[in-house]
Design a protein around this ligand. Sequence first.
Ligand code: C6P
Length: 404
Amino acid sequence: MLDIQKIRADFPILSEKVNGKPLVYFDNGATSQKPQVVIDAIATYYQEINANIHRGVHTLSQLATDAYEISRVKIQHHINAKFSHEVLFTSGTTHGINLVTNGFASILKPGDEILVSALEHHSNIVPWQMLCEKTGAILKVIPINEEGELIMETFDALLSEKTKVVTVNHISNALGIINPIKYMIEKAHAVGAAVLIDGAQAVPHLKPDVQDLDCDFYAFSGHKMCGPTGTGILYGKEEWLNKLPPYQGGGEMIKEVTFEKTTYADLPHKFEAGTPNISGGIVLGTAVDYLNHIGFDNIQKQEEKLLEHATKRLLEIEGLKIYGTGKNKASVVSFNIDGIHPYDIGSIIDKLGIAVRTGHHCAQPIMNFFCIPGTIRASFSFYNTIEEIDTMVEAVKKAKTMLS
Ligand code: C6P
């Protein structure tokens, strides 16, 4: 059992007051809070080893390079990638997905098909639409049912030899639904399609095993898993990363440059042009260590308790509807109250110190499916408590009374 109060003490912001009330932070889907070890590691980097990496013979540059590459290996082991050069540092999930879609521009032909799920964040829709515009490929959508689950029969039927890419999130940010990605990867591979998994909402809750999943790409953000903002990882299978052209040209991604011809560096450097977010990359490793120290089994147990309690308590409120009622769910509750705009509830409970996200959550097609403008989304982390959920439920009741 986790000692939640002890864990909470690791996060200085959790003892802050907001609008004069103790902070109840339920916007973990947008970004997680940071433990002191992560905050300290950022300062330590700048105080002790700040230098540019892969460039200098001097000691500081070597120390910074070593720390950066050690972090890459740490993340390789965390996601069980076969090689450390399959782990690319990015600025986040959005960057990782765009790197892949940019690469596929030289691979796809008119009439090729890309299957994207109806549960995607805009970051995993728009880059594929842009790719279709460039290449003449066709975007097809894997639909959802009323529970917010992807309809596998339709997915199976959409797959054909025309399908070149399948892309789906591991966990939906708007509804918390966990998708059957292993099944989908296997099916997609059976028709020869590549698979990109958007793991942005999965990595705070579980440890993905990219070899076991057998995905071709797995993109995620560091800031949702206790790491700094502006950090992320794109895992890509070696064969795919060798096949794709570089995303950006610049320093450190080359072997040799002449005006006649430039040759590119080996992986992972081919995809890491320019000075990266060095402290961010190093400290993402610190965040991964921190989460592993807590333990993903413990994280899941705590979050399951929170999800169960929140679902039960919220459903006590008359007129409240939860979106995303499928069986496999992460600790996210997306809801509305009959006749009340989600923004109004969010604004009132913010005055009571409670941070939730309201709106379409950058997933407008899901809102269109349910014919709603948006939802109130409470997304929980292992450092949240049952008492905080009760506080939120009372606040929502109060807001409902004020707005009815
Ligand atoms: N979702 C949310 O509140 P970036 O911004 O690149 O770190 O992550 C983009 C992204 C991609 N995919 C999914 C499934 C996501 O949830 C997100 C970010 C946040 O739900 C901010 S919009």
